[in-house]
Each structure stands twice: as C-alpha cells, then as structure tokens.
Design a protein around this ligand. Structure first.
Ligand code: FAD
Ligand code: NAG
Ligand code: NAG
Ligand code: NAG
Ligand code: NAG
Length: 527
C-alpha cells in the first residue's frame, strides 16, 4: 500500500459527598486492606495495584492520558490505580470503593476530552481496563466479541487479518478505546452507510454496582439500551461487547483535495453543505479546516481538506463526484484504492506500509487541546463561513482545526430514541473544532478563543437545545455539582447530549444505581 499523499494532520484531533468521616489517607489505607481481604489470593491483587509511592505510578497513569492538558503537576491524581487482571479485581474495587467512600474512574483508552476517566476533584481510584482487551472475530457469523480495554485499532486489525470484506463502523483514530467509544455512540467513515458503533452492539457483559456480572438477557432491555450511547462511568463497568460486523467491498477508494483561501475555499465549502448529506450512502465525505502557511512568505492561510471514502473502485467514483460536486475538481491522481482497514489509517493521517500499527496504542501524537462540537441543520451562508476563516487567522492561535462530517444516509433512517444517541435525521453534518497549544503554556487565551468560536456558531448551529456530541465531552455546557445534583440541573447538559432520551436514561439510572455510586461531572443522576 502506498500512502505517500497522506496529510500529516495529527489524528484529531462529582461528585462524591464523603460518605465516611475519615481522612483521605485513612480511606486509602482502609481501601487497600479491604482489597487484600476480599482477594482469595492476595499475591495476585498486589500485582495490579499502583499506589502513589510506586515508582511506576506516573508512567502507568500517564500511559493513556490522551489529552496532555491533563498531564500537569496540579492535575488531581488518583490514590490508587487498579489495573485489573480478572473480574474479581473489578468486583473488589467496586466493593471496597463503596465501603470506603472513594469514587471510581473507569479507564479504557483514556481519550476522554476532559480527562474524566482519570481526573477527579474528590478522592478516587482509577480502574484501568488495559488488560481486558481480547478480540474474537467470527467471520462466518459476521460478529465479534471485543473487550472494553481493546482499542478500535485492535478490533479493526482482528477483522482485517481474517477478511477484507468485513468492517466495523467505529472511529478513525485507531488508539481510541472501545470502552468509552461504544458507550458514547462512536462514529467514523462508515457513518453514512451503517450509522454508529453503538447501533451495532448486540450483547454486552457488564459488572453492576453490586458486583454482579450481567449480559443482555440478565440486565434487561432498559439497561442494555442505556449503555449503547448513554455514557460511560454511569451505569456500571462494561467488560465486553458483542458486535455485528458490516460488509465492505475488498477495494475502496479514498481521496483528498486541498483548497485554500486563494483557491475559493469558502465557495466550495459552501456548496459542500448542500451536497454531502445527499450523496449515495456508499460515499462518505468530510472536510477538515486548518490554518497553514501561505505561499506568501510569513503569511498564513486557511486550508480545507476535502476527503472522501467510496465503497467501490475509482472508476465509479470519479464520474459520481464530477456529476454531483463538480466544484471540487476531483481527478484520478487525488485518489487511492485501498482495503477498508488501510482507508482507516489514511483518514487517521497515519502513513505506513503496514496494518500492524493498529496494534500500537501510542503511535499517534498526543496533543494538548480543548474541543467542542455542533450539529448543523441549515447550510451556513458564505458570510458565516468567512467569519470562521477570519477567526482561524487570528494571531493568538495557530493549531486550530474544524472537522465537518457529512450525515444523511443511515443516520436519517434510525429513530432518535433507538439508542440514547439522538442526533439523527435533519442534520447536514456534525462540526467539531479544536484548539491546541504547547503543554505548559498558559491556556487562557486558547480556551477563550474556542469559547468565542462556539458562541459565534450559535447563530448557525442547532438550537433548543444546542446539541453536542457526548463523546466530544465538553464541561463548558454544564456539569453536575460535587454532591447532590437534581435531574433539572443535569438536564442542562443532558438535553444537549441526549435530547428527549435524557429522561429515560435517568429512569434507568434510578433502577440500576439508585445511590448514584458511578458518577462524574457529566454522569446521568437518578431521578
Ligand atoms: C485522538 C482522538 C480521536 C477520536 N476520534 C473519534 C472518532 O473518530 N469518532 C468518535 O466517535 N469519537 C472519537 N473520539 C472521541 C472518543 O470516542 C471518546 O473520547 C471516547 O470516550 C474514548 O473512549 P476511551 O475508552 O478511549 O476513553 P476513556 O477516557 O477511557 O473513557 C471515556 C469515558 O468512558 C468511561 N468508560 C471507559 N471505559 C468504560 C467501561 N468499560 N465501562 C464504563 N465506562 C467506561 C470513562 O470513565 C470516561 O467517562 C476521539 C478522541 C480522541 C482523543
Ligand atoms: C496465587 O497467585 C500466584 C500468581 O498467580 C500463584 O503463583 C500462587 O500459586 C497462587 N496462590 C494460591 C494460594 O492460589
Ligand atoms: C475563484 O472564483 C472566481 C469567481 O467565481 C473565479 O474567477 C476564479 O477563477 C476562481 N479561482 C480559482 C483558483 O478557482
Ligand atoms: C511555516 O512557516 C514558519 C515560518 O514562517 C516555519 O517556521 C514553519 O516551519 C512553517 N511550517 C510548515 C509546516 O511549513
Ligand atoms: C509505537 O509507536 C511509537 C511512536 O511512533 C514508537 O515510539 C513505538 O516504538 C511503537 N511501539 C511499537 C511496539 O512498535
């Protein structure tokens, strides 16, 4: 495979009221005693516990912090990291955390934009699922079981080494963890053809607040509904997911066409908004806008990378795009024919000869960033797009990116309440935007820049509620209190992520975790 033209874009890019009166140090010591007492074999539990005085503590903690905004001396650290090897370690961690008033943060791949899988303002334990990462692909029945600590790359690799004609409709960056990704929806380059990762979950194994291991049948359809998009760290610990795989042709075609301000990018982008959601389902497109050096020395311009994935060969793709979107000027030299798995690497900006890189959990650059998301239902007028471009050109920012992902296709056909993820019919595209900086720099001006952009886009994006994608977590849109949070208060952020599904999520929460043990800044509270 040849990926010479691949852009080098980096892959896009509480609540505990202390239940007991003891100090942190006490609850910490008691917690550890409790873990040892609960373990039939104390020598195995010792091997999976990392306390702050363990020389490996920082490396274990930092290994899967994917937003380096949260690697600073002042970022709150867990008292203990439990890197569970077996289910009994997970059950003991739940039991002992409850008993000693510690909160649990569950970490699978560590990509949470706000670091909620490894940061908390109250005393907490990280339950790291790194060792739960088996992937079992059954080609004949077109299904797979995948454990939460696996990455989507490990899943794709597991499929690709068995067949080129099956795939899974999850994200692009291969380091993303299955645990968080599936529990918040999960989309990628098959979204128009097949919808979301969570749409394809057909069974799951979950450890509930009482330590019981449940499958779809024993958890019941309400809880099974809730975990497919209703958020992680809320309903229990999902150990593994059974997914339905989807069919793809052995050869797919990808393309990239770059346009900048000197090449009428705004006009072309304006047109794209009218076309992209109506293209045949076999053609997925997105646009990534960045700030780049202009050909004029010392000047900057804004560039849009128009990318596509076509589930078929190049000879069919070219006439299709020339017919529907002639403004793009797509030619054969912009295209590459690849296998589906290779096309994931292409979209992730990974240039390599080999799929093995999908097994490398640290292969991608880890930026320091803040991001936000929007859903767009009406084309933004050219003047509105120009406003985005001019904000990109502001001096105070340099690493800025906006990604527009075309909807339509399958997303039009799934009901809003099928699973908790509600952003379906009527969306032209999802826009997500990000500002990056160098770790250690004062982040104030960057955060305020992206908040201003969000406020500017208020005119053009969805309203009442101003929707946002749960997996692009953003604490600016509202949070729970440290302590009791009413359903009404949580609805402020909850309706943005879940629209009318938020109520049912709260009802499920009341049923399965009425004491609200699993919680964080944006977990669904019981009613
Ligand atoms: C570089 C990058 C690229 C991305 N690309 C995409 C993309 O293409 N498409 C897309 O849809 N999203 C994408 N995302 C967003 C991603 O889907 C979410 O951040 C997702 O939550 C990551 O899952 P994780 O397991 O890696 O994260 P974690 O940080 O480990 O977990 C995220 C949340 O889920 C909880 N959680 C984790 N595991 C479990 C579990 N087993 N049971 C219960 N709760 C759990 C955590 O406590 C936390 O609240 C991307 C993020 C990054 C940083
Ligand atoms: C405890 O676990 C260790 C490591 O797995 C093993 O070597 C040992 O035999 C076990 N002891 C008992 C009593 O099961
Ligand atoms: C940009 O658009 C103008 C007017 O529509 C046209 O004259 C010009 O040739 C275009 N430039 C490029 C590089 O396509
Ligand atoms: C952009 O230009 C600056 C100097 O103006 C230079 O330092 C930098 O390396 C250039 N970046 C790229 C990607 O070419
Ligand atoms: C994974 O990728 C990183 C970054 O490119 C590299 O340093 C590391 O050696 C790779 N690990 C393996 C096992 O290939």
């Amino acid at each position: 495979m040849k990926l010479a033209h691949v852009s080098l874009l980096p892959c896009l890019v509480v609540v505990l009221v202390s239940l007991i009166g003891s100090t942190c140090a006490d609850s910490h010591g008691n917690f550890l005693n409790c873990l040892h007492l609960r373990s039939a074999n104390s020598s195995t539990i010792s091997k999976v516990i990392y306390m702050q005085n363990n020389p490996s503590f920082s490396s274990v903690l930092n290994a899967y912090i994917q937003n380096t905004k949260f690697i600073t001396p002042t970022t709150p650290k867990p008292l203990v990291i439990v890197k569970a090897l077996q289910i009994s370690h997970i059950q003991s961690t739940i039991y002992c955390s409850k008993k000693h008033g510690l909160q649990i943060r569950i970490r699978s791949g560590g990509h949470d934009f706000e670091g909620l899988s490894y940061v908390s303002e109250v005393p907490f334990v990280i339950l790291d699922l790194l060792h739960f990462r088996a992937v079992k692909v059954d080609v004949k029945n077109e299904v797979a079981w995948v454990e939460s600590g696996a990455t989507i790359g490990e899943l794709y690799y597991g499929i690709a080494t068995k067949t080129k004609t099956l795939a899974f409709p999850a994200g692009v960056c291969h380091t993303v963890g299955v645990g968080g990704h599936f529990s918040g929806g999960g989309y990628g380059i098959l979204i128009r053809k097949y919808g979301l990762a969570a749409d394809h979950v057909i069974d799951a194994l979950l450890v509930d607040v009482n330590g019981r291991v449940l499958d779809r049948k024993s958890m019941g359809e309400d809880l099974f509904w809730a975990i497919r998009g209703g958020g992680g760290n809320t309903f229990g610990i999902v150990l593994a997911w059974k997914v339905k795989l989807v069919q793809v042709p052995p050869v797919v075609t990808v393309y990239t066409v770059n346009k900048n301000l000197e090449q009428n990018v705004t006009k072309i982008l304006h047109r794209w908004q009218y076309i992209a959601h109506k293209l045949p389902d076999d053609l997925f497109t997105d646009v990534t806008i960045t700030k780049v050096n202009s050909t004029q020395a010392g000047k900057k311009t804004v560039q849009a990378a128009f990318k596509g994935l076509f589930l078929g060969g190049v000879d069919k793709l070219i006439p299709l795009v020339q017919d529907k979107f002639p403004e793009l000027g797509l030619t054969k030299k912009d295209c590459l024919e690849l296998s589906w798995a290779e096309s994931v690497l292409y979209f992730g900006g990974v240039s390599t000869q080999s799929l093995e890189i999908m097994l490398n959990r640290t292969a991608l650059a880890r930026p320091t960033f803040k991001a936000k998301s929007d859903y767009v239902k009406e084309p933004i007028p050219e003047s509105g797009l120009e406003g985005i471009m001019s904000r990109f050109l502001e001096k105070e920012v340099d690493v800025v990116l906006m990604m527009m992902v075309a909807f339509g296709g399958r997303m039009e056909q799934v009901a809003e309440n099928e699973i908790p993820y509600p952003h379906r019919a009527g969306n032209l595209y999802q826009a997500s935007y990000l500002v990056g900086w160098t770790n250690g720099e004062d982040e104030g001006k960057y955060i305020s820049w992206i908040r201003r952009l969000h406020s500017y886009l208020g005119t053009y994006a969805s309203k009442s509620p101003r929707e946002a994608y749960y997996n692009y977590r953003d604490l600016d849109i509202g949070t729970n209190n440290v302590g009791y949070t009413s359903y009404e208060q949580a609805s402020i952020w909850g309706r943005k992520y879940y629209k009318n599904n938020f109520k049912r999520l709260a009802q499920v929460k009341s049923m399965v975790d009425p004491m609200n043990f699993f919680r964080n800044e944006q977990s669904v509270p019981p009613l």
